[in-house]
Ligand binder design. Structure first.
Ligand code: IMP
Ligand code: MG
Length: 193
């Protein structure tokens, strides 16, 4: 496993994203719609950097099963969604990979009478898009590697890592990522002056 983005870099990226949203929306009330489960850490960090009135709703989307690292059938669950009529909506997801999840979600949300619907992702994988839409706000462009941490999972684990790490091919093949907490500890100790 290899650290792609440190805790510090992620924090700076989220601050930049929040600044863009604040610039575009000003003090208008905003409904943030997080995509479970990968967006939980991002939503928590992002909303604390907004200073307009904020409501938070959640939807659930999944296109991976177990240790697969390529998407399968997309499942969407929208029953936790608040009323979006006349609201400015910001859909927040962890990563834009093929783009099918965001496209399907935006199609659903745009039918609910919102005043505007924007989208924000922490990460976009380079060269993977299969749809014509683009997220309005992107935190970081990353290479086509399978990544974990800061909310993103592999086989439902590793979401709690405070940094973003790319899995090695053998870790994906065996389904057993290795000793990442030690990598993090080493990185943090060398960061300390
Ligand atoms: P898309 O529909 O292909 O854009 O996939 C988006 C969803 O796939 C994201 O919300 C993630 O949950 C998941 N995903 C895509 N790439 C990765 C990855 O590298 N690590 C973990 N999850 C990923
Ligand atoms: Mg997801």
């Amino acid at each position: 496993m290899q650290i792609l983005l440190s805790e510090e870099e992620l924090s700076q990226g989220v601050a930049r994203l929040a600044e863009h949203v604040r610039h575009d929306l000003g003090q208008q009330p905003l409904t943030v719609v997080g995509v479970l489960t990968g967006s939980i850490v991002l939503v928590a960090d992002l909303i604390r950097r907004l200073d307009c009135p904020v409501r938070v709703g959640m939807v659930w989307a999944s296109s991976y099963r177990g240790t697969a690292t390529r998407p399968g059938q997309l499942d969407l669950r929208l029953d936790l969604l608040p009323d979006l009529t006349n609201q400015h909506v910001l859909v927040v997801d962890d990563i834009f990979d093929t783009g099918h999840t965001l496209k399907a979600l935006l199609t659903e949300l745009e039918q609910r009478g919102a005043a505007s619907v924007r989208s924000l992702v922490l990460l976009r994988k380079i060269g993977r898009a299969e749809v014509a839409i683009e997220p309005d706000y992107v935190g970081f462009e990353i290479p086509d590697r399978f990544v974990v941490g800061y909310g993103l999972d592999f086989d439902d684990g590793w979401r709690h890592l405070p940094y973003l790490a790319a899995l090695d091919a053998d870790e994906i093949a065996s389904g057993k990522p290795r000793a990442i907490s030690q990598v993090g500890a080493i990185e943090r100790s060398t960061d300390t002056p």
